[in-house]
Design a protein around this ligand. Sequence first.
Ligand code: IPE
Ligand code: IPE
Ligand code: MG
Length: 243
Amino acid sequence: MPEETAQITPRPPAHVAIIMDGNGRWAAARRKPRKFGHHKGVEAVRRCVEAAGNLGIRYLTIYSFSTENWSRPEDEIKALFDLMRSFVEKDVNRLLANGVRVKVIGARANLTTDLIRLIEDVEKKTSGNDRLFLNIAFNYGGRDELTRVCRALAQKVKSGALDASDITEDVLAAELDTAGTPDPDIILRTSGEQRLSNFLPWQSAYAEFIVLDVLWPDFEQENLEEALNIYNCRERRQGGLSS
Ligand code: IPE
Ligand code: IPE
Ligand code: MG
């Protein structure tokens, strides 16, 4: 761990997953279009990635576009896609400098080939890094993910490569977009909303759910520190009894 790494806790959680919410309300409060809020939200993403590295978090998963966000107006969807395209294209050097390895999770089937190429590019270029693993959930929905897993397992059973009775929790988890990533310790949602909105339903089974009132574009390192402090006061019994 680099010397300048600040430690908020003796043992920070390995994996923090964030539902970045409140961009639209942030913009509305300033009488600006919603896409201005999304634009500012990307700046908050950059601060958050840096803060996570500073605080010794190894895995950070951020929810940037859900399978349900397709129901938003076309111009807002376009703005969100443009921001994703520009992030994966233009932030590579910053990510490399911060030791960040990027992986994009979610469905690829209905993304354009140019965006898929840019995603594959950033994944490849950052593949040598291991200070912070950044999963970007884009075009992601937990139900969609589990449906794709079912399809993949069914194909394996059909082809004879797998016996149905050999399907265990580990076999299923190995087919998830997050395969190889530990389950999130924290699901953090900004903007005060208290729901999961189809984010990592399998993986979050025993995550600590933390809601902050801050709107995503205002998110700073101190907000992440606050979440870690709340986490430290929780007792994770995982179905067992208090120790
Ligand atoms: C989160 O902000 C970003 C996305 C869902 C893409 P919102 O756009 O949901 O902002 P609010 O919830 O309307 O304030
Ligand atoms: C969840 O936020 C999706 C992302 C943050 C990308 P939403 O704003 O879309 O969720 P709902 O509609 O309030 O549940
Ligand atoms: Mg929202």
